[in-house]
Design a protein around this ligand. Structure first.
Ligand SMILES: NC(=O)C1=CN([C@@H]2O[C@H](COP(=O)(O)OP(=O)(O)OC[C@H]3O[C@@H](n4cnc5c(N)ncnc54)[C@H](O)[C@@H]3O)[C@@H](O)[C@H]2O)[C@@H](O)CC1
Ligand SMILES: [K+]
Length: 476
């Protein structure tokens, strides 16, 4: 089952994979026509009541496939106000070929008296709120009509996000929906058919531009709504936590703080005035720091633990204690990855190993990405955490689903891009569940690298990615 917004992701991913919506609309219209042929007999009168969005567009297409019937298309409203280009083109095609297609200015004047089948193509997944006029009056007329009603995609008035039905919604006898069923359709007293409209299965395998639609920044957001991230890193290395924190800021986190040893605090601060630092006494993370670090951690929405921490035994012991006493979402990167298979925690971990680190975790290796996807998914299921395995094809899996992100380029094998990925993913956990945060994080980081490579080619360095992150997050 797919909600309306999941369908929008699928649709945009299909477009990214070279199958634009206009083609899908042709398939949808064809599927509507095939359903009408099942319900009606030749020469029957089919009255289509169409809205001004793509739901109406599907029905305009259907009319061209129904020459054996008497088809009457009634558009609710003026043709100039059709909301999408592809629906308008399909409307214009009906007029050009002189189909019986007219605008209805007054919905009380819709005549369904002669209809043998009524097609409800007023509203699909684009609905928001209760049915407004003129659709509300037209819905009453359809519900009172004697002829069977076929709803296109969903009954007009059903909210495909929640499955809730508006009081004045169309009550169809048949529904033809596309690609997958939608919330609420199961509860209808109607025959529901699902049509394959030629969306490639790759839309679900591959993370593509459409997945960026998952990131919706509310216009009236307040500071703090988009996440406060704590980066636990640094000691033997200084650049890594600074890269992670700056990437998290660029990916939209409201506040990012870094806790690092006093020995490197000035160096880390020196990378950027935008970083807020919590020093911990000494030269590396140690068990004595766990108490205060956990206090900081509780003030934040998510953690990124690992960048630049090193693999000192005491550091790993402290990292383990932090992960075990944490119960939020944490991105684990670099040396602490090796302890993840032994930790017991309530936290949702997103582990971001490259192949070598995955091997150190006891994880699988495979040349072929399909096989790797399958094996990583099994490994994620065993760990009961989300895996983001970096590579030419990044694999994201949590044991229930697995996806592949193909962005990125050879220039990104330079040091530090993994730190950027950890920061981007950490920031995204404020808006997305761990699996989606990992999938979108992998896609965005690779895409930022692709944008940076246009300027720097194979000479790019990790910090070149920062400025490209906002553009890489843009779905258009
Ligand atoms: N992959 C996809 O997502 C595909 C979608 N297709 C069709 O496109 C439909 C979605 O199209 P759109 O996004 O254009 O949206 P819709 O056609 O569902 O509705 C948009 C129109 O409804 C109006 N509207 C919104 N809320 C209303 C309310 N409460 N009362 C009255 N009018 C209201 C809007 O002003 C707009 O004119 C799907 O349901 C499906 O039929 C198909 O063409 C094939 C592929
Ligand atoms: K509809």
């Amino acid at each position: 089952m797919l909600t309306g917004s999941e369908m929008a992701v699928v649709d945009a991913n299909a477009e990214a994979l070279g199958v634009p919506r206009k083609q899908l609309m042709e398939s949808s219209g064809n599927a509507v026509a095939a359903t009408i042929r099942e319900i009606a007999s030749p020469d029957d009168t089919v009255v289509v009541v169409a809205g001004r969005g793509n739901n109406g567009g599907d029905a305009f297409v259907a009319a061209r496939f129904l020459d054996e019937f008497d088809v009457q298309v009634r558009l609710l409203g003026r043709a100039e106000t059709i909301t999408t280009d592809i629906a308008r083109k399909n409307w214009d095609a009906l007029l050009a070929a002189e189909y019986d297609a007219t605008e209805v200015r007054d919905s009380t004047a819709i005549d369904l008296g002669d209809a043998d089948v009524v097609v409800d193509a007023m509203l699909g997944t684009g609905i928001s709120g209760d049915l407004r006029e003129p659709a509300a009056t037209a819905a009453v007329a359809m519900n009172e009509a004697e002829a069977p009603v076929l709803s296109v995609d969903v009954p007009s008035g059903l909210d495909a996000e929640t499955g809730a039905t508006a009081p004045s919604a169309v009550e169809p006898d048949h529904v033809i929906t596309f690609h997958d069923t939608k919330p609420g359709l199961d509860d209808l007293d109607a025959t529901v058919r699902v049509a394959d409209i030629g969306i490639p299965t790759g839309v679900e395998t591959f993370v593509e531009r459409g997945d960026l639609l998952r990131l919706s920044r509310e216009t009236e957001s307040h500071k703090g709504d988009h996440g406060e991230v704590l980066v636990i890193g640094g000691g033997p290395y200084t650049g890594a936590p600074a890269l992670t924190a700056q990437a998290a800021l660029r990916a939209g986190a409201d506040l990012v703080k870094v806790t690092c040893p006093t020995s490197v605090v000035h160096e880390v601060q020196g990378y950027s005035e935008n970083l807020i630092l919590y020093p911990m006494q000494g030269r590396r993370l140690e068990p004595g720091h766990v108490g205060p670090v956990m206090e900081y951690a509780r003030e934040h929405d998510s953690l990124v633990i690992g960048p630049g921490l090193g693999d000192d035994e005491e550091t790993l012991e402290a990292a383990r204690a932090i992960i075990e006493s944490y119960d939020g979402t944490a991105v684990v990167d670099a040396d602490p990855l090796q302890i993840v298979p032994e930790v017991e925690t309530e936290a949702d971990l997103i582990c971001t190993p490259h192949q070598g680190e995955l091997a150190a975790m006891g994880g699988p290796a495979a040349e072929d990405w399909r096989e790797r996807r399958f094996l990583v998914d099994g490994f994620a299921a065993d760990l009961d955490h989300t895996m983001l395995v970096k590579g030419n094809y990044d694999i994201v899996a949590d044991g229930e689903h697995s996806r592949v992100s193909r962005t990125g380029n050879p220039g990104m094998t330079v040091g530090g891009t993994g730190d950027v990925l950890a920061g981007v993913t950490g920031a995204l956990t404020a808006q997305l569940d761990p699996f989606d945060a990992a999938a979108v994080g992998a896609f965005v980081t690779g895409r930022a690298g692709d944008i940076a490579a246009e300027t720097y080619g194979n000479g790019l360095v990790a910090s070149d990615l920062f400025d490209s992150i906002p553009e890489a997050m843009d779905p258009s």
